[in-house]
Design a protein around this ligand. Structure first.
Ligand code: IFM
Length: 459
């Protein structure tokens, strides 16, 4: 099958500040919660940290050239809050702003549209010391940060993402302690989630004022949830999990209300559940221009009273392919998700802001990285994305996660998601087979029929 996207479709790759930049103590950058978390014994696999990462802080010019060589017309990256405001609020660090200023200019000069995420999890440590996201004050801290960044970059950045995956930041960071700041307090996690959403609502008008005519949205991690069986208990478990991960955020953003079934469920679990004022919800549901969708897999769940997350347990699917992070490869889940978002929430535009897979890649004897499984994964997902477009979903772009291998949070450098291989000791970049394949897709504005291409190719 040949699958063609519209000519103005955005073909991008995504990264995040703490995962690639390094330069952790340079040019006045303050500490983030991830710097602290990485020092906690046992928190991150192999004791890895983001001090150097992909050294993008120094190699960014080469990295922009690499993106141009791949033919990308968009690049999603995040800004490190502690580079801009080392103490989180108050004193601005001009060198931090200069770094992103130069990056934005270099991207445009190469014909690459910068998609800027304001928050991809590196909260300044000083703000965590004041309680972090569970504190209502965090909304004002984020608004100040959004103001400073958009005043400087707002004339050139046309696309803003307020937050990346607030579910992960709140639930893994404050609920189960798997991510920074490593707290285990589910009620605090819900407060954090609420403030992340509210801070989004506060930031949208700031970005619109300082960056007139730009598009503003938020990125959520969204996953289709399927019951492991048709039993009533498993179907209820799937609905609960869907409420926990997907509807809690989508309903707040698009319906100005948290789902009633989940409010009831949480109240039964925790007596200290805060009230969520209706006025907050109205502010959260401020109209936006697009929804960013991060999707990697689907989840199959069954009811389990001991389950860590809302009394559910993940079930492994017999015969299915799994990636290196143990996520099922399920391309059909992506079209299912996109069509559901369009039907139930109707965002004016959707971008797939992350999609990709970790596999244990290594250069072969010729120094090439033949990641055939990633090529198959991307081909499958792009084909499903196209199916959704055909069904009327306003999908405007696709960002592969990730441009290059990087720091995979609690899993350190053990998982490789890049379409470009990073040899960490030398910092050499090697474009993987998937990177070359993706460049071909971008050039052709879609996926060409492989058999036809093989028949046409000489020999
Ligand atoms: O690496 C992360 C990214 O920071 C957020 N979304 C999921 C990716 C893969 O786990």
């Amino acid at each position: 099958m040949t699958v063609t996207f519209l000519p103005d479709f955005l073909w991008g790759a995504a990264t995040a500040s703490y995962q690639i930049e390094g330069g952790a103590r340079e040019d006045g950058r303050g500490e983030s919660i991830w710097d602290t978390f990485c020092r906690a014994p046992g928190a991150v696999l192999n004791g890895d940290n983001g001090d150097v990462a992909c050294n993008h802080y120094h190699r960014w010019r080469d990295d922009v050239r690499l993106m141009a060589d791949l033919g990308l017309n968009a690049y999603r990256f995040s800004i490190a809050w502690p580079r801009i405001l080392p103490e989180g609020v108050g004193r601005v660090n001009p060198a931090g702003l200069d770094f992103y200023d130069r990056l934005v200019d270099a991207l445009w000069a190469s014909g690459i549209r910068p998609f800027v995420t304001l928050y991809h999890w590196d909260l300044p440590q000083t703000l965590q010391d004041r309680g972090g996201w569970p504190e209502r004050e965090s909304v004002a801290w984020f608004a100040e940060y959004a103001e400073v960044v958009s005043r400087r970059l707002g004339d050139r950045v046309r696309d803003w993402i307020t937050h990346n995956e607030p579910w992960v930041a709140a639930m893994l960071g404050y609920g189960i302690g798997l991510h920074a700041p490593g707290l285990r307090d589910p009620a605090a996690a819900l407060r954090a989630a609420h403030h992340l959403l509210l801070s989004h609502g506060e930031a949208v008008p700031i970005l619109r004022r300082n960056s007139p005519g730009s598009s503003v949205g938020i990125t959520l991690n969204l996953t289709p949830i399927h019951p492991a069986s048709e039993s009533e208990a498993d179907r209820a478990a799937a609905r609960r999990k869907d409420g926990f991960v997907n509807r809690w955020f989508l309903d707040a953003l698009y319906r100005a209300a948290y789902p009633a079934d989940m409010i009831e469920y949480y109240h039964a679990l925790w007596s200290d559940l805060p009230d969520f004022p209706a006025d907050d919800l109205k502010r959260i549901a401020v109209p936006t221009d697009f929804l960013g969708v991060n999707n990697y897999t689907r989840h199959v769940v069954r009811h389990d009273l001991r389950g860590v997350e809302v009394q559910t347990e993940y079930v492994r699917v017999e015969g299915a392919e799994y990636t290196d992070t143990n996520w099922e490869v399920c391309p059909a889940g992506l079209s299912e998700l996109l069509m559901r978002l369009h039907r139930d929430y109707a965002p004016p535009a959707i971008y797939i802001t992350e999609n990709g897979a970790a596999f244990p890649d290594a250069p072969d004897a010729n120094g090439e990285v033949n990641d055939a499984r990633r090529v198959a994964y991307l081909r499958g997902h792009l084909t499903e994305a196209h199916r959704a477009v055909t069904a009327g979903v306003p999908l405007c772009g696709y960002f592969v996660w990730s441009l290059m291998d990087n720091f995979e949070w609690a899993l350190g450098y053990s998982k490789r998601f890049g379409i470009v291989f990073v040899d960490y000791p030398t910092q050499r970049r090697i474009v993987k087979a998937s990177g070359r394949w993706y460049a071909g897709v971008i050039g052709a504005k879609g996926i060409e029929d492989e058999q036809r291409r093989e028949m046409q190719s000489p020999g």
